[in-house]
Write a protein that binds this ligand. Structure first.
Ligand code: ADE
Ligand code: ZN
Length: 747
């Protein structure tokens, strides 16, 4: 009977993290080097990228003279990660055309076959090196040809260098998508992690995902947990290359486990590049025990002197059991970026092999087979997760942890691209009459939306959807997105996304504003809508109330009619009425009767005012409407008398600084009057308004205040104001405030 090491050597395995350049060897390197030297081509090293070349005399000399080494091993005198990247960059600069790629791939495949690797994803550098002669377009047929003729399953992952810059990485991805190679299945990003954070490549990754490519990114290798958070939040990856330094953040470890985000772990690589001292200090065991799906990989075997079978052997020597190692084998197939059928077939092979060697497959842990669709929705859910990973005890950490109230947030403004895509996939139709009072001239002003009128729904999948030139375009876009909310399940879907984000931010109370006009046109009665909203609130992990917003744009009479119907169908978690929409065309006083009606029915009231229009627009709100709060109201800053009235009457403002910057009212947060308002005694609350559109959530808003120099106690006062000004009972507010103080005074 085979022992465990023999079993693992011969069992079908997957290799998910293998740089093709990382398989260079003396035999492969020198012929390539001669090929280019004979044509008078220079060695190449990107000067921005390679910072520590002077620590490597062999390399430095080689770069200068193009000679000085006769074996590949002579290059390998690096002692740290940056040094490794220098060596890797200089040696792999001789992989310049499609022929070189094919040469390396054939040799690598032979080696993989010998190790019984049945499935490989080769990471191949695309973009960046000026000496590279191949493009995504040229390479497509070459890669497909290699894959088709290989005795094992071969897939390709485009490895974008981090230093490309956002524009170039997006260009490369567009080219990849157009090339449409069958065997190129994904995108990753490697290189100097600390010096070039990956967040700026969000656009490229979004384009890749849209083009049907799967996403991974090297993160948490040379840099810490925040880099992994960024790969998750900014790039929306499904897997993480390395990711081992996630161990520095227990919250992150829990998150990876819960979301099933696979790590492509390469233990030997991490030790040779000095990330961890030795295997005993390597966190793979701890990650595994925490339930994170880990896989074993070899990264750059020629540079680290290892191969995949040895990775398994090393773990076995560390005490990993056969069953545990088999789980890692399965993880490798389960997380592959191949189609489900291929993955299932390979997993069946593993099972058959274990059965043939061990009599049955009970040694084989039950594996949850990840269908590609569940992976996609899993990563959608994290799309907007903010990076909330701060030093314990810091003000930032306190901001994240303290329970907060969110008083001014439009449900439609919480819709992420991922949530919206689900609505789009469900409904697949649109017509202007879904939007009340549709103004076709508005649409025609925005070329980006034009195709929608011809029935081309795919324009709504553009990553530019959440970009807008002006307020009108913003308004049109929100209304179009909102017109895909057509039944109560849609309402629940959007609300679930919003609530998940609020929970992540430790929001303990939220007033979600819904578009009353839109909701009144669902296939259900307002009574049923109310019941569903109550149910959503009840199921939420925090306190949720609802504000109905008829919107100004439907005119005062229609608004009044809707509010009458709403009052007849009043539901438990309806806290009040809000009113947004075009300030200039529909001044507040037109809605006096509507507010009076709502107030008579003991609904609380708030109105957007003084957001775009000057202070006098707020005066008549204060004097004539008797509302409990004002949405925005920031332009009051221009009128000291008005400020005094707001302060004296304690009329709170729902301030949303990022929104005001995004709509061009103020050039930057530093110019925003929120601090002056606060200092002059106005009751300031803080909110995020349309977080997806303005790219800022509530935690982000608080962090911005902190960054612009707000005192810690003033931040606390804003947090408290949120609960004090909420449309809840005093007892409820007290309960929240007690929790606030517990957390705030904890450290
Ligand atoms: N390129 C090749 N190997 C790499 C690694 N381990 N990390 C980042 N970039 C790489
Ligand atoms: Zn790598």
């Amino acid at each position: 009977m085979k022992d465990t090491v023999e079993l693992l050597r011969s069992i079908p395995k997957a290799e998910l993290h293998l740089h093709l350049g990382g398989t260079l060897s003396t035999e492969a390197f020198f012929p390539l080097y001669e090929k280019y030297r004979s044509k008078g081509e220079e060695p190449y090293l990107d000067s921005v990228r390679y910072s520590s070349i002077s620590k490597h005399p062999v390399l430095e000399n080689f770069l200068r003279t193009g000679s000085g080494a006769t074996t590949f091993e002579e290059f390998l005198d690096f002692t740290d990660f940056d040094g490794f990247l220098d060596v890797y960059g200089l040696t792999t600069c001789y992989v310049r055309d499609a022929e070189d790629i094919a040469l390396l791939a054939h040799a690598a495949i032979d080696d993989l076959v010998a190790q019984n690797v049945r499935y490989v994803e080769f990471d191949i550098t695309l973009g960046g090196h000026k000496v590279i002669k191949y493009s995504a377009g040229d390479l497509g047929p070459v890669m497909d040809d290699i894959s088709k003729n290989a005795p094992i399953e071969v897939r390709w992952i485009a490895g974008l260098p981090r230093f490309l810059g956002a524009e170039e990485s997006s260009r490369v991805v567009r080219e990849l998508v157009i090339a449409d190679s069958k065997s190129l299945v994904g995108v990753t990003m490697g290189g100097p992690e600390k010096q070039f954070p990956h967040a700026e490549h969000a656009e490229a990754f979004r384009l890749a995902a849209e083009g049907g490519l799967r996403l991974s990114c090297h993160a948490g290798e040379a840099d810490g947990a925040h880099s992994v958070w960024s790969a998750i939040n900014d790039l929306n990856v499904e897997r993480i290359g390395h990711g081992v330094r996630s161990i520095e953040d227990p919250q992150l470890v829990g998150y990876l486990a819960e979301e099933g985000i696979t790590l492509e772990v390469c233990p030997t690589s991490n030790i040779v590049t000095g990330i961890f001292r030795d295997l005993e200090h390597h966190p793979i065991r701890e990650l595994y025990e925490a339930g994170v799906p880990v896989t074993l990989n070899s990264d750059d075997p020629a540079f680290f002197g290892s191969n995949l079978n040895e990775e398994y052997e090393k773990l076995h020597r560390m005490g990993w059991t056969e069953e545990e190692l088999l789980e890692l084998v399965e993880n490798g197939f389960a997380a592959a970026f191949a189609d489900e059928e291929t993955i299932d077939g390979l997993l069946d092979e593993v099972q058959a092999y274990v059965e043939s060697e061990r009599g049955d497959s009970t040694a084989l842990p039950e594996i949850v087979r990840t269908s590609s669709s569940s992976v996609a929705s899993g990563s959608d859910a994290v799309h907007d997760a903010p990076d909330m990973n701060f030093e314990p005890g810091s003000v930032e950490d306190l901001i994240v942890r303290v329970p907060k109230a969110e008083l001014h947030i439009h449900l439609a403004g919480t819709m992420t691209a991922a949530v919206f895509a689900q609505l789009l996939d469900k409904h697949r139709s649109w017509s202007p009459d879904l939007v009340n009072g549709w103004d076709s001239s508005a649409m025609s002003r925005y070329a980006a939306l034009q195709p929608l009128l011809d029935g081309d729904l795919d324009v709504l999948r553009s990553p530019d959807l959440f970009q807008f030139e002006d307020m009108d375009q913003f308004g049109v876009t929100v209304r179009v997105l909102n017109s895909f909310v057509r039944d109560l399940d849609d309402v629940a879907l959007v609300a679930a996304g919003a609530i998940e984000n609020l929970e992540r931010q430790n929001v303990a109370y939220a007033e979600l504003t819904f578009d009353l006009e839109r909701f009144s046109r669902l296939e259900n009665s307002i009574l049923e809508v109310g019941k569903r909203l109550d149910a959503i609130s009840k199921a939420a992990p925090m306190q949720i109330n609802w504000l109905a917003d008829p919107t100004r744009d439907i005119g005062p009479e229609n608004a009044l009619g809707l509010v009458e119907r709403l009052i007849d169908a009043r539901f438990e978690t309806l806290a009040g009425i809000s009113l947004s929409g075009r300030e200039r065309d529909f001044p507040p006083r037109l809605f006096a009767e509507m507010f009076k009606l709502a107030q008579g029915a003991e609904l609380r009231t708030t109105i957007h005012a003084g957001e775009l229009l000057a202070a006098d627009s707020i005066w008549h709100v204060v004097q004539e409407l008797g509302v409990d709060r004002i949405g925005h109201g920031i332009r009051a800053i221009d009128d000291p008398e008005l400020i005094d009235v707001l302060a004296a009457d304690a009329i709170p403002l729902e301030v949303c600084p990022s929104a005001n910057v995004a709509t061009g009212m103020y050039p930057t947060l530093a110019n925003h009057p929120i601090h002056d308002l606060f200092e002059s005694g106005v009751t300031v609350t803080l909110s995020s308004d349309y977080p997806t559109f303005f790219g800022q959530d509530l935690v982000g808003e608080y962090l911005s205040l902190h960054e612009t120099g707000w005192a810690k106690n003033d931040l606390l006062e804003v947090v408290e104001n949120g609960f004090l000004m909420a449309f809840i009972s005093d007892e409820e507010a007290d309960r929240h405030l007690n929790r606030v103080h517990e957390i705030w005074e904890e450290e």
